[in-house]
Design a protein around this ligand. Structure first.
Ligand code: NDP
Length: 299
């Protein structure tokens, strides 16, 4: 049986962080400009704390100015909006990220809408979503951006390829579909109401799974030789029954990796694939925002 080539997120992310670090050094040396990223965490969700710490550490490591604001879970909406307004006005800050999900009682849409679109490095403001859908330059959500970088660098020109994206969320499915369309793919967006999903997936030269269902995509859903991008991050019980009984979990994707890698041409593992590119793309977006805000063209 053929074995798919692994698209190694670790290698891509390390390379991208190196590129960003060089760009930051260049901006500082030539323009006295240090890109700045502010991350806002509301509440004490354990997973969010880890993500936020990682974002802060990586932004410092590439030479950026990094700010983390930790607010209590019961922070009033007005206080959070006032902080965002202050960050919008802060000339040292070029990227603002509010870690999601927000605690109950806070209006996520209103909070995202309050971020200056020029500093919206998560790409979730409707202005950026609209610009992306219109084919205009936009700050693009980080996970989709990471998927596209890996696809382009692995496959080269994507023109004319059949792409199927399973999932239509604002955060992942829709922006990935837009980016694939911009790359001249023929794109199908599938979702929970799609009929005969396996047959739809089998049409794909590029199959992106962004569903949130552990190992849903099976080998017989995949066209031989296809590139399979697994965005899913799902916690399932540990394989070891004792550990599982103690509540230990492991992370799997939306794709049944072992069997699909017997059919696909390329595949991203979970962990070790798409997830690692997400933070690297956040850094890239912050540099892009800093350049645009200061009227500088891309390096
Ligand atoms: P959402 O729950 O917002 O969206 C899931 C999508 O999958 C929906 O469009 C839904 O369809 C569709 N769907 C659900 N069940 C089925 C099914 N049985 N058949 C077909 N389609 C289905 O999830 P996200 O987009 O936010 O995240 C998707 C996955 O990606 C999750 O595992 C998440 O943890 C992971 N993720 C990973 C990131 C990373 O950095 N690697 C970043 C962000 C997310 P419908 O719209 O009809 O309900």
């Amino acid at each position: 049986m053929p074995q798919a080539q692994i698209i190694d997120g670790r290698v891509f992310a390390e390379h991208l962080r190196g590129v960003v670090a060089a760009e930051v050094a260049d901006l500082r040396a030539k323009h006295g400009l240090q890109p700045g990223l502010a991350v806002v965490l509301v509440g004490a969700d354990a997973a969010s704390e880890i993500y936020v710490r990682s974002k802060g550490e990586h932004s410092v490591a590439v030479g950026m100015h990094s700010l983390t604001h930790k607010l209590a879970a019961d922070t009033p909406q007005a206080e959070l909006l006032a902080l965002i307004a202050a960050l919008n006005a802060d000339p040292l800050i070029h990227g603002i990220l509010v870690q999601l999900p927000l605690p109950k009682g806070l209006d996520e849409r209103a909070v995202l809408a309050a971020i200056d679109p020029e500093k919206d490095v998560d790409g979730l403001h409707v202005v950026n979503a609209g610009r992306l859908a219109s084919g205009l330059p936009a700050l693009t959500p980080c996970t989709p951006l990471g998927c596209m970088i890996m696809l382009r660098e692995t496959l080269g020109d994507l023109t004319g390829k059949r792409a199927v994206v399973v999932g239509r969320s604002v955060l992942v499915g829709r922006p990935i579909a837009q980016l694939l369309l911009q790359a001249d793919c023929t794109v199908t967006i599938a979702h929970s109401r799609t009929q005969d999903l396996p047959a739809v997936c089998r049409e794909a030269d590029i199959l992106v799974a962004a569903v949130g269902r552990p190992q849903m995509i099976r080998a017989d859903w995949v066209k031989p030789g296809a590139a399979v991008i697994d965005v899913g991050i799902n916690r399932v019980p540990s394989r070891d029954p004792e550990k599982a009984a103690a509540g230990k979990t492991r992370v799997v994707g939306d794709v049944a990796f072992k069997e699909v890698s017997q059919v696909a041409g390329w595949i991203t593992p979970v962990p070790g694939g798409v997830g690692l590119m997400t933070v690297a793309c956040l850094l890239k977006n912050t540099v892009t925002a800093a350049r645009r805000i200061n009227g500088l063209t891309a390096a």
